[in-house]
Structures are given as structure tokens and as C-alpha cells.
Design a binder for this molecule. Sequence first.
Ligand code: NAI
Length: 454
Amino acid sequence: MTDTYLTLVNSGISKTIAKKLGLPRPVPLRRFRPGQPLVSGPVLVLHDAASTTDADAVADALVGWDLDVRRHAGSADRYAAVVLVLTGASHPSDLSAPVLATAGTLRSLAPAGRVVTVSRPAGTDDAPAVAAARQGVDGLLRSLAKELRGGSTGNGVVVADGVEVGAPSVLGALRFFLSTRSAFVDGQLLAVDSAAGTLPGDWDTPLAGRVAVVTGAARGIGASIAATLARDGATVVAVDVPAAGERLAHVANSVRGSALQLDITAADAGERIIEHAVTRHGRLDVVVHNAGITRDKLLANMTPDRWDAVLAVNVAAQLRIDEALLAARGVRAGVLADAPRIVSLASTSGIAGNRGQTNYAASKGGVIGMVRATAPLLAAHGGTANAVAPGFIETEMTARIPAVTRQVARRINSLQQGGQPVDVAEAVAFLASPQAGGVVGRTLRVCGQNMVGA
Ligand code: NAI
């Protein structure tokens, strides 16, 4: 789908008119292209008084990525990114100096700039002042993300106590948030729960040697996930219903993978996926549960077929396939053997609710609960299960939304536009990568910081 308004307010006279009228002026987001620099310009690393060691670890990693790292505000005219290390904050007053130093850089932050916080979670075992400082970072980050303009984003990495700031998933998440791969991720705080995970030998192909299954791959977000995982080095098995066979074959061919025509609600879907992946490609490492449907109705008008179909495709099929995968793990060679990854598609509707979508939201809320409980079953083998919750993404699914509702849905996020399928695909690829091994049972929103929900 084309967002005509986005094109209009970025061209000629209509740009000036929109500015004069105070209308939303979304800018086209900069998206990842292989070969482009990770960050185009100096990166400022600031920290609270007790975080010097952690800030040094972050700065060392950034230097290792060939970035131009600065340690003092004022050492450059314009920054491409600011990394705010607040892991040592033990009282809200500790935030003042680094946050106010950040404030001074914001007016000259480069377009598509990045602000990333690195902090610790507020727990019930913390002293009240410590918890206040830590939870304060949450509110600060979410508000700052709403103030940024020009396609800039603000996100945070929340590092569990006991996990070092130099752990692979902390650096992996930091790199994801700094890069254009996270163009439509805004206002999010991603938890890193463990020190598991490994840094890839080559950041451009972190999935080299991995075999990934993507369901619902014939079009939309699924097709983009297939392309993105293949770009990152994976061999892809593209799955979709037989009725979508032609488009499925096209996707599979374009990523040099293979196609499996399969309705995921079939009782033997899990076994057929395993059989195909192992027979054709020798192993199965990553499963992306992307296939999904909507059958919207107010609950007062809900019919059993609409309720049941949505629950069956969006969550029950995933549960059944995961059960088959877990049963085959350790029994059948090559199945989820080494640092496996399951990534499911949830939705912001499953978090915030959406009128007319009780069935869909029940299924997507279900996915969020499912990955949380599935993750520990894989953790012993270096594996993870996580979810991505897209907001409004421009696909055939959202093209069916009535025009006025669609326009509103596009604008009510901090980036004032809908996301593209590739934005979801990039988040899936990150969670599927070795550098996300410490992100366990979490749901990452890709919604441009939608005003609906947390
Ligand atoms: P889409 O409708 O464009 O594509 C879904 C694909 O899944 C289709 O190719 C379809 O044939 C396939 N599929 C449906 N039922 C299947 C079954 N039983 N077995 C195998 N394949 C099946 O959807 P879109 O927009 O690409 O969404 C992909 C995922 O992202 C879905 O889970 C959706 O709920 C989720 N999502 C999408 C959002 C959006 O704004 N487009 C927002 C939030 C979540």
C-alpha cells in the first residue's frame, strides 16, 4: 500500500502548506541497505556517575564497530546517535547530569538519529530509591521517543542484574537499535535476561548455515521475513496454504529456498515441517510463526466460525507445531539442535486491545503468553522463543481497513506513518540471530510507538 499523504507532505508546495497548517509531517524512514555504514556520524556515549565501567564497555564495542565515539557532549556539532548508560543510577537524582547533557544535543541530532538507553530493571528486591531511578529511565525514554522528529527513534536495552553490559545480547540489541534495521521500532525497552548468545562472525550474515522455516510466506510480512532471513544468510523454507502455491513458489525461488504447501492447522503440520526441512536441508534451526488471519466482528455479533478460525490459525496451530518440534528435538538429528530460535508474530491488538478484534486479540495475547512459557523449554539448549508485535503495517491485511480508519491508524504513532513489512522482518531477523540469545520469552513491538498500548 502507498501512503499518499506521506509522499505529499514531503514534496513541493504541499510540504509548506502542511507546515503552515501544523499538520503531521512524517518523513520517509531510512531503511537498511547492505553495505551502508552502521551509523553515519559521531556517537556520543554519556553515563551516570556510577556507570563509568559499563560506559567504557559500550564505548569499546562501538569503537570495535568502527564508529566515531565521543565521550563528552560538545565534542561534535551534530551527533548521529546518543547512547545513555544509566546502569549505575541508584537514586532519581543520578539521572540529572547525563539526561540534561543529552538534552543539549537533541536539537542538532542528525536525521534518522538514535537515542539508546542502557539500564537495569526495577525489581521488588531493589531499595526504593534504586527502583525509582531504574523505572524512571522507562518513563524518560518513552517520553523522549515521542519528542524526537525527522525519523529519529529512542529505544532502550534493559540489562538483567548479573548480566554484564558487554554480554552478546546487550551489544546485539544496542547495535540493532542504532542501525536502520530498527527504523520503525520506537519507544521500546527490550529486556536482556541472560548472558547467553554469541556475537556473529560476520554481522552481515549472522544466520549463515542456519535453516529457517517461515509460515505465511507467500505474501506480506511473511514474504519479507523470508527475504530478510535469506539476506542474513539463512536457507529458508517458505510455507503457505496450497491456494497460495504460485506466489509461494515465487517467494521460495527468489530467496533460493524451498516451498512447502501446507495448511498450518493440519494435525500433522509440525511433522511435515520437520520432514521437509531435514530431508531437503539437513536441519531446522529457526521457526517463524507468521501465518495469521483476521475475522473482525464486535463480540456481540461474533460467530463461532469466526472465533474458532482465528484462534486455530493464529495460536493453536503454533502450539501444536511447537509441541511437535520439542518432541522431535534430541530424537531426530538436526531438529532445533543448536541454539534454536522460535519467533512468533503477535500484534499490538493483543496488548492494547482493539474494537472488533476480540478473537484476534485473544489469539495474539495468547501468542505473547505462549512464547513466555515456551522460552524456558528451549533455554537449556541455548534456545529462545520470542514474539514481535507489529502495529500498523502496510500489507494486504491492513489494505482492507476502511479508508478513514486506515488514515488515522497510520498517523497515531510517534513516526506518524505505517510501517513496512521489512520493518517487522528486521526485528524477526534480529530475534532469530545468535546475538539475541539472551532475549528470552519477550515481545518486541514494531509499531513506531503507537499511542495505543504501553
Ligand atoms: P497477510 O494476510 O498479508 O498474509 C498472511 C499469510 O498467511 C498469507 O499468505 C496466508 O495465505 C497465510 N496463511 C493464512 N492462513 C494460513 C494457514 N492456515 N496455513 C498456512 N498459511 C496461512 O498478513 P500480513 O499482514 O502479512 O500479516 C502477517 C502476520 O503479522 C500475521 O500473523 C498478522 O496477524 C501479523 N500482524 C500484521 C499486522 C499488519 O498491520 N499487517 C499488524 C499486527 C500483526
